[in-house]
Ligand binder design. Sequence first.
Ligand code: ADP
Ligand code: MG
Length: 217
Amino acid sequence: MAPDLLDTMMSAAAAVIRDNAEALTALDQAIGDGDHGINMTRGFAAIEAEKAAMAAMALPEALQKIGMTLVMNVGGASGPLYGSYFIAMGRAIPPDPLTAAAVAEALIAGALAVQQRGKSAPGEKTMLDVLVPVADAVRAAAKAGTPTADMLTAVRDAAACGLESTRDMLATKGRASYLGERSVGHLDPGAQSSQLLVESICNVVAANLAAAKVEDV
Ligand code: ADP
Ligand code: MG
């Protein structure tokens, strides 16, 4: 991936987390301990601070470095989980060329790593309720040969639907599970941060597609 594109993605991800930190914290206050916004802001600020070095790396190494930075800086349950996600993606993705099928494989590997690390599965009101449908949407688009612009729409929809699906779920993993039935009726904070990250990355790809800086895959 072009260094400037990866650089832009890291800035966009850090900005969306920073801009929504209070909202993430409010969600975590409702069903957790109210630190998700702070945790994520700390992690993505650390990524932004080191982004020049990471953008210069090949994509597999850059993703693994992003993951390690999150493990070291996020804190809370979400740190090791997001960390595992990016590290597994870095291990699964080929350096070049970047095809939709390769991205799908990496996203699936990332979601599986979260499941292993968290001993969790989709349907338990966690970030997985966004990360798994997003991986599935990219895989389906890659199989069907869907043009990238349409794939981005499908991915955004999958993330938004996945996030919304957490509202009526009963939390059975993480701190929210301590609330039992009282967790129902609230969006999951980790699913919200995942949806925001997915949306911000889709926006960067879409802008670069329009500027013909990203090839249709
Ligand atoms: P903590 O729960 O330690 O305070 P955060 O508030 O930063 O950490 O992150 C909470 C989010 O982490 C939850 O909203 C959920 O999406 C995610 N999470 C927690 N436990 C798990 C798990 N076992 N598997 C997947 N995701 C989890
Ligand atoms: Mg928390």
